[in-house]
Design a protein around this ligand. Sequence first.
Ligand code: GLU
Length: 471
Amino acid sequence: MSQTYSFFQSVERSFDKAARFTKWDKGLLEQIKACNSIYSMRFPVKMDDGRIEVIEAYRVQHSQHKSPCKGGIRFSDAVNQDEVMALASLMTYKCAIVNVPFGGGKGGIKINPKNYSTYELEKITRRYTAELVKKNFIGPGIDVPAPDYGTGEREMAWIVDTYASLKPGEIDAAGCVTGKPISQGGVNGRKEATGLGVFFGIREVCRMEDTMKKLGLSMGIEGKTVVIQGLGNVGYHSAKFFREGGAKVVAIAEYEGAVYNTNGLNEEDLFKHRKATGSILNFPGATNLANTSDALELDCDILVPAALENVINKDNAPRVKAKIIAEAANGPLTPDADEILTAKGALVVPDMYLNAGGVTVSYFEWLKNLSHVRYGRMEKRFRENKNMHILMQLEELTGRQVSAEERAAIMRGADEIDLVHSGLEETMISATREIMDIWNANPTIPDMRTAAYVNAINKVANSYMELGIFP
Ligand code: GLU
């Protein structure tokens, strides 16, 4: 019989399902699963019209097995403690899976940003940061927030500025938050990181012969049909990289409905259309789907839910036709939906590994902040001089000159963006292979999510053991 689970309970349930495939002591597993510190706060903010509003907000630190804790801050009127706890837990497992040395954390402010002026949002964000500082819940070695649903570079800039002004002289202050604008210590490539990570992860899955055979799909991304739910940062960039990788993005959904075109959609044009008209509907050449959730049930190879949690549940899961469900959002499937889709033979590629591109590049940003030097600064020219030297030797030996374009391509030393993308690609490829190896080594593991959890649990448990925290 199906039961309703809170988001945190769903995460616990997936954890327990995987824990059975590990050898760890029950107490240690309980410790890993628990949220270590939960800060629930209320603070007053004076609105533009002079009213005082009490703001409800949270920061949860799920695990300190590695420091700092890491995870985004969301602004949404659906925020509640259970949701933040679930998301903080997912961050712990996510970081472990992609070998990013952080514990999990998450923050949330229960507001719909659309209902507030920019000045009001700035006051809320700055006050929230000050509350975190007061309780020692933020800092480059303590807990490092980042963007999440409803927040972006602008909010991160307010956070770092508030933090730095309250901690004068702290030389690593820029590392108190990631996802900052480049001018405030951000790293090139952070914005598109989650979407690009989703693409790299799915591309790797599509390169696995056995997996593709089981799904009845051809190898590779080329020609695959993709449906994307959400045209926010993650949805937009997932669409872009799938399209550029040769897939056909046949539908994109948002609150107001969805648009569908079997010849493929261009996310950039759709984004502009939405900006100009206020809706994705009536996009030239595309068919409207009045009900946004209808898009989830369209015929396609890859379905990418890139918005909020619980969008695929026991009611609509039986009608989902996609062979691969790429969980770009956190928790888009309820446990029932997960089981229904797995039973149907679909491959659910789980959130806490697939959307780890964001936190991976956040890690690169944090390292940049702590090292106080931009990636590529030390070696770019050196590499170009070396390449030039090698090329000249080759030309002399072969008696042949390369074309001007070839010369430019061979000589180029890596910029920050090249290194960030390459680090992300390596991370997602290794993470995919690690999970698949665990799954292949134990065919009784029922699905990829469980294999991912087994990997995460083993890594977190190992670091607890190394810490020797149980005297
Ligand atoms: N909010 C993103 C996530 O859920 C990014 C977190 C981070 O960069 O710390 O993974």
